[in-house]
Design a protein around this ligand. Structure first.
Ligand code: SAH
Length: 267
């Protein structure tokens, strides 16, 4: 039933101007609601940490992730690393676009890869990832989580647009120390900041670039999506083992994954 029909004919003309007066207020009200929805969440919203904690609790319930990694993830506001329009999805277990055709990794994938790094011989002994090299900074989210678990983080990105984005995003997050961000081709690593106790790549190549193996410290572990014969892309783990003063590199293939390609050169 329409509002007009509820009024006797004599009141109709009186009701009409009142409705017109009320209309702009409704628009204003709607605008306020929209503004609140579109603004970067703050206060009791995503910033409050409850949504983030729920995401971590859901991962914990799966029973297969490293508790220290989950604690680090509970401390890093993922919504600060995605566009405002996607902030509501920031705590779902999903990859999201970050611009330039790239994506921020799924939280469960971040948790799994960092868990693999934490299980490396050196990290187990130290209880920390030590000096870390990340290839593929993207929006900087994973670099922030790593910073909670490491002594020093160097993260390389080949796309200047994303390197700049990470540079803007990271200082908004309270971290024990800020990652060192480098704009460059991560396939050559970053010898000046190495050797590294942990190396992690978030883009997948045909093989592990020799520079990464060279820059992996004794006792160090590398985790990288890499093409495996007959299996497509898998998570490859490479350990730098030293026995009797002799180095050897031990590879193991883990589950099939699908990461963006590791490309050469900078853009
Ligand atoms: N860890 C990121 C995931 C970004 S996706 C995050 O938390 O958001 C992978 C990134 O690897 C992309 O930004 C892509 O540009 C970058 N990349 C691909 N090849 C690269 C290379 N050779 N050197 C450095 N970065 C590279």
């Amino acid at each position: 039933m329409s509002t007009a029909k509820r009024f006797p004919a004599s009141l109709k003309s009186a009701a009409a101007p009142q409705r017109e007066l009320l209309m702009p207020q409704r628009h204003l009200q709607q605008a306020t609601v929209d503004a609140a929805r579109l603004a970067r969440p703050s206060g009791t919203g995503l910033d409050g940490g409850a949504v983030r904690q729920r995401m971590v609790d859901r991962l914990r319930a799966e029973g297969k992730f490293d508790e220290r990694v989950l604690t680090a993830m509970a401390a890093v506001p993922r919504h600060e690393f995605v566009d405002t329009a996607l902030a509501a999805q920031a705590y779902e277990d999903t990859a999201l676009p970050i611009g330039h055709g790239q994506t921020i990794s799924k939280p469960s994938v971040v948790a799994h890869m960092l868990g693999l790094l934490m299980a490396g011989a050196g990290a187990r002994q130290r209880g920390s990832l030590g000096r870390v090299l990340e290839i593929g900074t993207g929006c900087g989210y994973q670099a922030a989580v790593i910073a909670m678990l490491a002594r020093q983080v160097t993260s390389i990105e080949r796309l200047q647009g994303l390197h700049d984005k990470a540079k803007a995003n990271l200082p908004r997050v309270a971290l024990p120390r800020q990652p060192r961000l480098v704009w460059g081709d991560g396939r050559i690593g970053h010898a000046a900041s190495g050797p590294f106790d942990s190396i992690i790549a978030t883009a997948g190549g045909e093989d592990i670039p020799p520079a990464w193996t060279e820059q992996l410290a004794p006792g160090g572990r590398l985790v990288a999506p890499t093409a495996a014969r007959g299996r497509g892309q898998v998570l490859m783990v490479l350990d730098h083992v030293v026995e009797g003063g002799v180095s050897r590199w031990v590879r193991s293939e883990h589950e099939a994954v699908l990461f963006v390609p590791l490309k050469s050169g900078v853009v």
